[in-house]
Design a binder for this molecule. Structure first.
Ligand code: AMP
Length: 317
């Protein structure tokens, strides 16, 4: 039986379905969760589905907290947009009966699902989910399409990143055909507060550029000062995008404090593969967009050293 067929069968047979995404969710994670939730509801209306982990503030009522352990034990867990099991944002994950992993990240360690629907060459997990729905000839409602479209455009940076393919545009066209309002979606996603615009300017003005690498180290005080209702944490850390399209910059990086006392590292490039460096520093992701984690700031010179090596090797080729 082909994988898509098997995955559909598991969904049909499951008594309960739990959908979980990665910690610190971005819009591909939210869009995949909400998109898959609505797709399953569109096609199997009586399925009991639980969304878990950090909720999307606009759909709070859809998210479940503290699921009964007996339900968890009889559940099929579908993880979306998450490469490794440690990053799956669901405290009770070890008790579920089966796991389907749906993802588009490069597989670094082993796949952890009983079934793994992983298409590394897609730009977004929302693309994988839409291709799956089309393959199974599922009905796609506007609400499912809206959410899937959001993941598609955010992970591709509005169809700009390298991984954007004819399949991405095919999926976008399919979702658009449901009648979704693209302008409304763009304005929901990209309208910024003045606070956010000022944070972007602050980071750009205070960053360090040396030999093709630009980076900024955001502090705990800056977190306290800038993050509020006008500038949510995810938007605060996505300031890394401010370094894109600068002629002198080959690799760019944001280092930011996390709640557990460690530091997150967002790595980006439009030419050099940085995922191997992310792997060396407890992370992963994609060739040109990856995340890592360091225990303290003393590790920054080691990361810079690895990044400079990549640039130097690239120049010699
Ligand atoms: P970020 O820099 O957090 O925006 O992440 C960039 C990309 O790398 C996203 O697709 C993340 O899902 C992925 N990523 C971030 N951190 C990790 C990690 N620790 N392990 C695997 N993938 C990661």
């Amino acid at each position: 039986m082909i994988l898509n067929e098997q995955v559909e069968l598991e969904i049909k047979d499951a008594k309960y379905i739990i959908i979980a995404k990665h910690q610190s969710p971005d819009w591909d994670a939210f869009g995949s969760s909400l998109g898959l939730y609505h797709l399953i509801k569109d096609n199997f209306p009586n399925k009991e589905i639980f969304l878990v982990g950090e909720p999307d503030e606009y759909n709070l009522d859809l998210w479940s907290k503290n699921l009964d352990i007996n339900i968890v034990k009889e559940s099929l867990l579908i993880t979306v947009d998450t490469a490794n099991i440690e990053r799956v944002d669901f405290d009770q994950k070890k008790y579920v009966s089966k796991i389907i992993k749906i993802d588009h990240h490069i597989v670094y360690e082993n796949n952890f699902g009983n079934y793994n629907l992983v298409l590394e060459n897609t730009i977004a997990c929302c693309e994988v989910i839409t291709l799956f729905a089309l393959d199974r000839k599922w009905k796609i409602s506007q609400i499912a399409a809206r959410n899937l479209y959001k993941g598609l455009i955010t992970d591709s940076n509005r169809f700009m990143y390298e991984g954007t393919s004819s399949s991405t545009f095919f999926v976008a066209a399919t979702l658009k055909e449901t009648g979704i309002n693209i302008q409304e979606i763009y304005s929901e996603l990209y309208m910024r507060s003045f606070q956010c615009a000022k944070w972007n300017a602050h980071v750009l003005l205070n960053s360090i550029l040396s030999n093709g690498i630009i980076y900024y180290v955001a502090t705990n005080d800056e977190h306290l000062e800038w993050v509020n209702d006008d500038l949510k944490f995810e938007q605060w850390k996505s300031v890394v995008d401010v370094f894109n399209n600068i002629k002198e910059v080959k690799i760019w990086m944001l280092i930011y404090p996390k709640d557990d006392g460690t530091f997150g590292v967002s790595l980006r490039s439009n030419k050099y593969s940085i995922v191997e460096v992310a792997n060396k520093f407890n992370g992963g992701g994609h060739r040109l967009a990856s995340g890592a984690k360091i225990k303290n700031l003393d590790e920054i010179p080691a990361i810079l050293n690895e990044l400079h090596k990549i640039i130097n090797e690239g120049e010699r080729k």
